[in-house]
Design a protein around this ligand. Structure first.
Ligand code: SF4
Length: 346
């Protein structure tokens, strides 16, 4: 399929662009960004946001210009002010701190992260040792860990499995961060199961649909790509994973960039086919600008490579929906029925 809106320079050189689909915004990011925008509309600035609402520089800068104030910790929010918790989730301790400071909170934690939190709480109550596969220091992992710190240990890589110590090898369960490499996580789990044959799996996949779908299409494109460009920020776990997945799947080279201006012309030497994708927190305008930059350098129309069609959406946080309803916002906002995020089809 040729992407109509991207037609520009005709392809005289045979240089191709393969455009991944799905790519970019997932349902959780769309909801979180929308929550901040709706809060700004409803209450007016400033709206405080604890941590980056999603890990994307452009999104944070755009919301900042509209009056969002990003802080690292809850104690930086003035008492009684309104704060949005990011899509990555927060620990119960953060909720407690916010209550102590009298903050009005809007919790934009992705429902798929909340699902992992609930799993952690449930298995901790049953006194399991919980192995949380994820990256120490990542906000999502901090939030999940905070649900049951006495029961959870974090394992970042397959090699770290050797360091795991549990109380009862027959009562161990693994959970994971939502944005990991599927293949590396399965290797970590294989190593865990070698050590703990009775290891229990999560009730359903913790690596979310959006992460899996974006990795799947990259695996399809990568073997044809001399170069894979992943649009996404350096602190975006799923974007960084897409670079690794592309290289593992056969791309000759792969780089992550925040925006078109970071495209290094040296990467294009001898390149005939460029694959392009973007992380789950990336607005499609940034991808379009990369495509336009490539077209200005002689690449042809973008050919869409689609492996899935995503239709999932999440309702806005409940208290924001109720507030919108009270203010007579349009029916879609107030009922929580939302149209899917940015459509990446052509
Ligand atoms: S990447 Fe997955 S878990 Fe994270 S916000 Fe998107 S849908 Fe939710």
């Amino acid at each position: 399929m040729v992407c109509g809106y991207l037609r520009g320079v005709s392809d005289v050189s045979g240089k191709r662009i393969l455009l991944a689909s799905p790519r970019g915004y997932c349902a959780g990011v769309d909801r979180a960004v929308d929550a901040v925008e709706k809060a700004l509309d409803l209450y007016g600035p400033p709206i405080y946001v604890r941590k980056e609402i999603v890990h994307n520089r452009y999104v944070v800068q755009t919301l900042s210009r509209r009056g969002a104030i990003f802080v690292e910790e809850t104690h930086e929010v003035p008492e009684g002010a309104r704060v949005v918790f990011s899509a990555h989730g927060v620990s119960p301790q953060v909720h407690e701190e916010a209550a102590q400071r009298g903050l009005s909170t809007i919790d934009a934690t992705c429902p798929l992260v909340t699902k992992v939190h609930k799993e952690a709480v449930r298995f901790a109550k049953q006194d399991y040792d919980i192995i949380l596969v994820g990256h120490e220091g990542h906000e999502e992992v901090e939030g999940t860990y905070g649900e049951a710190p006495d029961h959870i240990q974090i394992v970042g890589t397959p090699d770290e499995v050797d360091n795991v110590v549990v109380r009862d090898p027959e009562k161990v369960v693994w959970l994971s961060q939502t944005t990991l490499s599927v293949d590396e996580t399965m290797e970590t789990v294989r190593r865990l199961r070698e050590r703990f044959p009775m290891l229990m799996d999560p009730p359903s996949d913790d690596i979310c649909y959006a992460t899996q779908n974006r990795q799947e299409v990259v695996k399809t494109i990568a073997p044809q790509a001399d170069l894979m460009i992943v649009v996404g920020s350096a602190n975006s776990s799923n974007s960084v994973r897409l670079v690794e997945v592309a290289l593992d799947a056969g791309a000759k080279a792969a780089y992550r960039i925040d925006e078109a201006a970071e495209l290094d012309l040296a990467w294009l030497d001898g390149v005939e086919t460029v694959g392009i994708t973007s992380g789950a927190s990336v607005p499609d305008i940034l991808v379009r600008e990369v495509i336009e930059r490539l077209q200005s350098l002689g690449f042809g129309e973008a050919e869409e490579v689609r492996t899935r069609t995503e239709t999932i959406t999440f309702a806005l946080p409940r208290n924001l929906r109720q507030a919108l309803k009270r203010e007579g916002a349009d029916a879609e906002d107030a009922t929580g029925r939302r149209t899917p995020g940015p459509d990446h089809t052509c």
